[in-house]
Design a protein around this ligand. Sequence first.
Ligand SMILES: O=C(CO)[C@H](O)[C@H](O)COP(=O)(O)O
Length: 220
Amino acid sequence: MKNTLIAPSVLAADFGNLQRDIEMINNSEADWFHIDIMDGVFVPNISYGMPVLEAINKHAKKTIDVHLMIVDPDRYIKTFADLGANILSVHYEACTHLHRTLQAIKSEGMKAGVAINPHTTIDLLEDVINDIDLVCIMSVNPGFGGQSFIENTYAKVEKLKALITRKGATTLIEVDGGVTNKNAKQLVEAGADVLVAGSFVFKAENPTQTIQDLKTLTNF
Ligand SMILES: O=C(CO)[C@H](O)[C@H](O)COP(=O)(O)O
């Protein structure tokens, strides 16, 4: 029996009713809060920053999974630890010394994640996979919610799963972008452990039920 985790992306929440949407996640079968931080440089969009995460952290009762889409993320590792992040993912493409960055994240008491863009090959993680707690495979080009899922993601998940098994690592595989009830099961069959879903959850008529449906669909 699988234990697939569902992480609603707060990027798609209603910011005018943020506390309501946080409580919805608290009271649902969702496992994590997924928090997207964008700087307008690494990606062509600016999302939200520290004060909003501080507000979320006051109410959130589940794991806080922060995805940094920013250049030079080392500058903010301690800041995000202080703001309550439990998992901090940096982009492979944004790090010059990825191994050092992972050590710095762990030294602040957080789990260390690496996100990879659609064009970045899994092979580049080979020498560092045993140091990574979570790999976030981007199944859209990062920067915006509501984009279409890139089909090549299934093959990337399979390839990453094989690498993790071969290296005896305990790394979780997360998929982020365009996740819906159409691709969720196949992603888990390919090896995904965590599914991030933004628009599919928050634009649904009944977000709580949608989360429950995703859980049912992916735990078989
Ligand atoms: O990282 C992201 C965008 O860069 C979002 O988490 C992702 O796009 C999820 O949103 P959606 O489910 O609407 O695609």
